[in-house]
Design a protein around this ligand. Structure first.
Ligand code: ADP
Ligand code: MN
Ligand code: MN
Ligand code: MN
Length: 348
C-alpha cells in the first residue's frame, strides 16, 4: 500500500469569477487510484461563499483524476460541489449544467498575463516597454525576458505529465502575455482540463513570486491587447452532416441568444470587445470566413468541407468559466433541430 496525497480541487462561490480552491487528504491505495475509488469529502462552505442556510458543510464529488508530477505520490482530483446530501448539485456548481454529450468537442485558447509587482512581467517600473509588434511568437531576451519561458515550459511539462491534452503554447501580442490551447472530446473534458491547467499554472507561479492575471483587459483602454479564451466547438452533427442551411440556422440561434452568451463569456468583456484588436463589438453579432474581427470565425476548412467541422467563438474572455461557456454553446446549438433525413442521407 502507498500513501497518496489527494489534492481535491473545486471552484468556490465567488461571483462573477469563481476561484480555485484545494485541500489535501492522504489515503492508502494499492496503485494510483481510479476515479471510482475516490471518496466524497467535505469542506466548510462558509469560508468559500458556498454555505447554505445553517449547515455550512458542502460535499466534494470527484469527477476527474490526474497524476501530479510535482508531488511525490500526488493526485489531482477535480471535484464538483454538491449539497450535503451528496447528490444535488450546489447552486455554484456550473459543471453540472453542461449537457452530457460525447460527440461535443471543445478547444479553448487560454490567454493570460504573467504579473510581477502589479505589472506585466517585463514591463519597466514606470511607463511602458516598446510597443506591441515583436512579442507575439517572439524570441529573445528583449521580447520575452529571462523567466517567462521557463515558467511556460515548466507548466506545459506539468500539464502533459498530468495527461492534459494541450495542443500548443505561444507568446502573445502584449509583453508578458501568453497562451495555451487545450482540446477535448466530450462536452466536459476540455473545460475540466482548462481549470486544472489554470490551477497548475497558479501553483507553479507561487515559487517565482509571480501571479497569473486573467482579467480580459488588465491594461485598460490602451494600445495593449486584452486576453480572450476563444472557444472552438463542434458537435457530431456539425462534423458529420452539417450543411449550409443547418449552419445558417445555428448562426441565427447564436444571434438570438447573444445576451445569454455574453452573460457567461467573462466579466468586463465590454472593455475587450470593442471592435479593435481583432474583436467584434460586444453590441454586434457577426460571423465570417477566416474573419478574426467577427464574433464567430468560420474556418476555411469548414466551408471547403460543405459547411462541416468546427467553429470558433471569439467572444469568451480569459476570465470566463469554461463550464458555463460550454453549457451555453450546447444550449444554443441544441435549440436548432438536427434534421434526421439529412443524417440518414449522409450515412447512406
Ligand atoms: P488560432 O489562434 O489561429 O485561433 P489555435 O491553434 O490557437 O488557433 O486554436 C485552435 C483550436 O481549435 C485548438 O484548440 C483546436 O484544438 C481546436 N479545434 C480544432 N478542431 C476542432 C474541432 N473539430 N472541434 C472543436 N475544436 C477544434
Ligand atoms: Mn490561438
Ligand atoms: Mn491568441
Ligand atoms: Mn483563436
Amino acid at each position: 500500500m502507498t500513501k497518496y496525497k489527494l489534492e481535491y480541487i473545486w471552484l468556490d462561490g465567488y461571483t462573477p469569477v469563481p476561484n480555485l480552491r484545494g485541500k489535501t487528504q492522504v489515503k492508502e491505495f494499492d496503485a494510483f487510484p481510479k476515479l471510482e475509488q475516490l471518496p466524497l469529502w467535505n469542506f466548510d462552505g462558509s469560508s468559500t461563499m458556498q454555505a447554505e442556510g445553517r449547515s455550512s458543510d458542502c460535499v466534494l464529488k470527484p469527477v476527474a483524476v490526474y497524476p501530479d508530477s510535482e508531488r511525490k505520490n500526488g493526485v489531482l482530483v477535480m471535484c464538483e460541489v454538491m449539497m450535503p446530501d451528496g447528490k444535488t448539485p450546489h447552486p455554484s456548481n456550473m459543471r453540472a449544467s453542461i449537457n452530457d454529450d460525447e460527440g461535443a468537442w471543445f478547444g479553448f485558447e487560454q490567454e493570460y498575463f504573467l504579473y510581477k509587482n502589479g505589472r506585466p512581467l517585463g514591463f519597466p517600473e514606470t511607463g511602458f516597454p516598446a510597443p506591441q509588434g515583436p512579442y507575439y511568437t517572439g524570441v529573445g531576451y528583449s521580447n520575452v525576458g529571462d523567466v517567462a519561458r521557463k515558467i511556460v515550459e515548466e507548466h506545459l511539462d506539468i500539464c502533459l505529465a498530468a495527461g492534459l491534452n494541450h495542443e500548443g503554447i505561444n507568446a502573445e501580442v502584449a509583453k508578458g502575455q501568453w497562451e495555451f490551447q487545450i482540446f477535448g472530446k466530450g462536452s466536459k473534458t476540455a473545460a475540466d482540463e482548462i481549470w486544472m491547467a489554470r490551477y497548475l499554472l497558479q501553483r507553479l507561479c507561487e515559487k517565482y513570486g509571480i501571479d497569473v492575471e486573467y482579467h480580459c483587459k488588465p491594461l485598460g483602454d490602451t494600445d495593449w491587447n486584452g486576453s480572450g479564451m476563444h472557444a472552438n466547438f463542434s458537435t457530431a452533427y456539425m462534423r458529420e452532416v452539417g450543411g449550409k442551411e443547418y449552419f445558417e440556422q445555428v448562426m441565427a440561434a447564436f444571434e438570438g441568444a447573444c445576451d445569454d452568451h455574453i452573460a457567461v463569456y467573462g466579466p468586463d468583456n465590454h472593455l475587450r470587445l470593442t471592435g479593435k484588436h481583432e474583436t467584434q463589438s460586444i453590441h454586434q453579432f457577426s460571423y465570417g470566413v477566416a474573419d478574426r474581427g467577427a464574433s464567430i470565425r468560420v474556418p476555411h476548412s469548414f466551408v471547403a468541407n460543405g459547411y462541416r467541422g468546427y467553429l470558433e467563438d471569439r467572444r469568451p474572455n480569459s476570465q470566463g468559466d469554461p463550464y458555463q461557456i460550454a453549457a451555453q454553446i450546447l444550449r444554443t446549438i441544441g435549440s436548432v433541430p438536427e434534421p434526421v433525413e439529412d443524417r440518414l442521407a449522409a450515412v447512406a
